[in-house]
Design a protein around this ligand. Structure first.
Ligand code: TNX
Length: 520
């Protein structure tokens, strides 16, 4: 069956005849499962060519959907025999996962968009009980460094859902591009959404390419992405990075920058990679500006969590700026780190007052963590450990394991990488909960995600190559009940199951990295 991610319990009926899906198969949807029934139909009808109509009222279907309040919201049961396939879950999300498992059981061809000649559709007799290990199973997609058109984002959401991943952390702003339409401040996308050229790879001597690059999503595009994702059990968590990584915004609205130390009116959207010195000024006016931005953001994104970045904020301009120093004195703060904390705390309270929660990169620990903040631990485990021990929620995404912009193998034929090698096996042997956390602190590790920074991913093809197959390993780490000791994990077994999974990815049209290396 080669299911990925591996379910908690699978019991096959070795000699029992399989279920055969056919043109006359009907779906019986119990009350509350209509949306899941629509998904089931949508996921299977294209590949099979069957309509999979609803069963007539009061009659049993061959495919049955049910809710069971005794199960967790994402927990499901799938049981198949010659007569029927029954999907039961605690809620719609669990039914969605059951549908994905059913699709895997039907074979790789179930991932195509049209039936091939001679296709037949069987489901082995099986009993599956399954539930995720973590509630946050995600991928961060950076659409600032390289813009991904809406259709590519929707396709990425499909890929996440197929792997039972449920969070798209959407990195919408950075030095090199602002991608979120803000009606009140149109220059953010008109100016900040474009750059004149981009830096090409280290191997090309860090030249610029003289190709203008840009794009942005309208609020309606984003509402569509949010709704599309929600229908597939994926929550979109938007990120507006503060107070660093902001040259695009400062280029658009020069008054946001440290105007007493740089001529911010002369700045453009950044054309380098790395970290720009041009950070926001810490004035009340800047806080108001971002409140206005966030007011619009909250209308588009219903997620509980809102990511406000906080990473890699060089403090040199604040050190030099008389205005920033005056602000530190006025607020009675010790230094620039506390000033950054002040900004993050402000928005922590602002979001909490609106029923939302702030999450930020682990630099938000420096200068004191805001009371309600959750932390994305990227510089190793340390930030996450400190935050969890202090009772804050943590998403573990240490760069040494789950940074998918890093190369997958050594060799000059790999695409332009960010330095280090992170193999599929490195990701498979990643344990999100470090052993030094006690039980109470470990419960604050709410999940994990892989991060796709796109400095060197120019298109969806490049994202496919970097994301897969490693995102399949991350999905199993996040979902399955693997041994906590990475050395005890069945890597050989995972590789064997991946042989089938590659066929699924191929049918889906994912340009993954082949285990034998890059293909011409
Ligand atoms: C660090 S990870 C960054 C990103 C870069 C990435 C490159 C993090 C919070 N910040 O801005 O794209 O390294 O690997």
């Amino acid at each position: 069956m080669d299911l990925i991610p591996a379910p908690s319990h699978v019991q096959a009926g070795p000699d029992a005849p399989p279920f055969v899906l056919h043109a006359g198969s009907r779906i019986a949807a119990a009350p509350g499962t209509a949306a899941a029934a629509r998904r089931l139909r949508a996921e299977l009808s294209a590949a099979t060519g069957f309509d999979l109509d609803p069963a007539p009222a009061g009659q049993d279907g061959d495919l049955r959907l049910d809710l069971d309040p005794a199960l967790g919201a994402e927990e499901y049961r799938l049981s198949a025999d010659a007569e029927s396939v029954r999907l039961t879950a605690g809620g719609p999300a669990g039914l969605g996962h059951a549908v994905q498992t059913l699709r895997q059981l039907l074979g790789p061809a179930a991932y195509r968009t049209a039936p091939l000649p001679g296709a037949s559709w069987t489901v082995p007799a099986v009993e599956i009980r399954d539930a995720p290990r973590f509630g946050w199973r995600g991928a961060m997609l950076d659409v600032s460094r390289h813009f991904m058109p809406k259709a590519g984002v929707l396709r990425f959401v499909d890929q996440l859902a197929a792997h039972k991943l449920n969070v798209l952390h959407f990195h919408l702003t950075d030095d090199q591009g602002w991608r979120f339409e803000v009606k009140r401040y149109p220059r953010l996308t008109e100016v900040g959404g474009w750059r004149e050229r981009s830096m090409v790879g280290y191997r090309a001597g860090n030249r610029r390419d003289d190709q203008p690059h840009g794009g942005y999503y309208t609020q309606d595009d984003l509402r569509e992405i949010v709704a599309y994702a929600a229908a597939r059990g994926v929550t979109v968590v938007p990120e507006i990075d503060l107070p660093g990584h902001n040259q695009a915004a400062v280029a658009a609205y020069p008054e946001l920058g440290n105007t007493d130390v740089v001529d911010t009116a002369a700045l453009g959207t950044w054309t380098d990679w790395g970290v720009s010195e041009n950070i926001l000024n810490p004035s009340e006016a800047t806080l108001r500006f971002y409140e206005h931005v966030l007011e619009e953001l909250l209308e588009v994104f219903p997620s509980t969590f809102v990511h406000l970045g906080g990473d890699e904020c060089p403090k040199d301009q604040w050190k030099q700026s008389p205005a920033a120093q005056a602000r530190i004195a006025e607020l009675g703060l010790k230094d620039e780190f506390e000033l950054q904390s002040h900004v993050i705390r402000h928005f922590d309270g602002w979001l909490a007052a609106r029923g939302r929660r702030l999450i930020g990169w682990d630099e938000i620990l420096e200068g004191g963590l805001a009371p309600g903040a959750a932390v994305s631990s990227w510089r190793g485990y340390d930030g996450g450990i400190a935050a969890a021990n202090a009772g804050h929620d943590v998403v573990m995404c240490p760069e040494q394991h789950v940074y998918l912009d890093h190369r997958q193998a050594d060799g000059d034929d790999e695409p332009i990488p960010v330095g280090w090698v992170r193999t599929l096996e490195d990701v498979y042997r990643f344990e999100p909960v470090p052993p030094q956390l006690d039980e109470a602190a470990a419960a604050h590790v709410i999940g994990t995600q892989a991060n796709l920074w796109t400095e060197f991913m120019y298109s969806g093809r490049d994202v496919d190559y970097k994301a897969f197959p490693r995102l399949a390993a991350l999905a199993e780490v996040a979902w399955s009940d693997l041994p906590r000791d990475p050395a005890a994990r069945d890597w050989a077994g995972f590789e064997r199951r991946m042989a089938t999974h590659y066929l699924r990815l191929e049918a889906l049209g994912v340009e993954y990295r082949h285990p034998d290396g890059p293909r011409p």
